[in-house]
Design a protein around this ligand. Structure first.
Ligand code: TXA
Ligand code: MG
Length: 309
């Protein structure tokens, strides 16, 4: 397998997951990990998620697994949920940016799982986009932006979920969500009981990937009430990210629909591709309004807010 050979030689491969494409390298090899930061132009203080193919293998990298996480793993893994856990020394400092916690994830994608199962090491993989830009949900997105710098892109088709994994850790014995993502909070709470939500929005945050400005197109994004925004930006060439029955039909306005039938799962899978489409269109600015704030809608609104910051 080509991906395997490149990774074993210390190179980088873009891999498909159910959430977004990842830029993967040997998580136990500091040189491979350093190259990931370089290619993404990502600051070294922003730690990487370690991907593996089973909870048993995950135990090789963490000191302990709280019972609540065993239950979550049983219910949802492989799937879009990342655990922050105390790391063993085998995990290089560079991966965790010096933190004593490592992020562990078991992606739900057949090609990724097959690859992980034949490799003797786990894979460090951030989303395969230049730092701060929209995450890739198709192999073409990766090829367009990072293609000339990566050994190989493993094409696993369009990502089934389209939003990054939800990140969960433990503080004072209780679960804390640090990033809203592809697994909805209510699904998690059904297993663990109430969780605390701690989304960082400063520009010097504890979870750096939660930077206030993130997932951002090159064009300005405005997030709010559509009618108000349209009035404020009259005269400009406008691109609208629509959801359900979105208004405005004029030649100056291009509407790209997240989900015509108002389905949040469909909207999640299409979100990043639609933002790219608008970024590549001749619209000057992008307008979006909040989708319903339930289930995956919370994570979609979070991404839109950061895209507009
Ligand atoms: O769905 C996903 O999680 C995708 C796919 C490729 O697996 N990966 C992803 O990685 O979204 P990335 O690097 O774009 O975002 C990882 C997030 C960042 O916000 C980072 O700060 C946080 O995880 N993170 C990673 N390790 C951490 C650690 N040790 N402590 C705190 N936050 C951590
Ligand atoms: Mg990312």
């Amino acid at each position: 397998m080509k991906a395997r050979d490149i990774l074993e030689a210390g190179g980088l491969v873009a891999i498909p997951t159910e959430t977004v494409y990842g830029l993967a390298g040997n998580a136990l090899n500091p040189q491979a990990v350093a190259r990931i930061f370089e290619v993404k132009r990502r600051p070294y203080f922003d730690p990487l998620i370690v991907h593996t193919d089973s909870i048993d293998r995950a135990r090789e990298f963490v000191l302990e697994m709280p019972p609540a996480f065993e239950a979550l793993a049983e219910a949802f893994l492989p799937g879009p949920l990342t655990f922050l856990l105390p790391r063993k020394p085998v995990i290089p400092d560079l991966v965790t940016a010096g933190s004593e916690r490592v992020a562990i994830r078991i992606p739900d994608h057949p090609l990724a799982l097959e690859l992980l199962s034949v490799l003797p090491f786990p894979l460090a993989a951030p989303s395969a986009n230049p730092f701060g830009y929209i995450s890739p949900t198709r192999a073409e997105h990766v090829a367009k932006q990072l293609g000339d710098q990566i050994g190989y892109i493993l094409d696993g088709g369009p990502c089934g979920i389209g939003l990054e994994s939800t990140i969960i850790g433990m503080e004072d014995g209780g679960p804390v969500i640090y990033r809203l993502g592809g697994l909805a909070i209510d699904a998690i709470e059904a297993v663990t009981g109430p969780v605390k939500i701690e989304l960082n929005q400063s520009s010097d945050p504890k979870v750096p990937g939660q930077l206030k400005s993130h997932y951002a197109p090159h064009k300005p994004v405005y997030f709010g009430d559509l009618k108000t925004l349209l009035a404020q930006h009259a005269g400009k060439k406008i691109g609208i990210l629509g959801f359900g029955k979105t208004i405005a039909r004029s030649s100056e306005v291009l509407t790209v629909q997240l989900s015509e039938r108002g389905d949040l799962y469909e909207a999640a899978t299409r979100l990043f591709a639609c933002l790219r489409e608008l970024d590549d269109s001749d619209a000057e600015i992008i307008l979006a309004s909040p989708v319903p704030a339930t289930g995956l809608g919370l994570a979609i609104n979070d991404r839109l807010m950061r895209a507009s910051a």
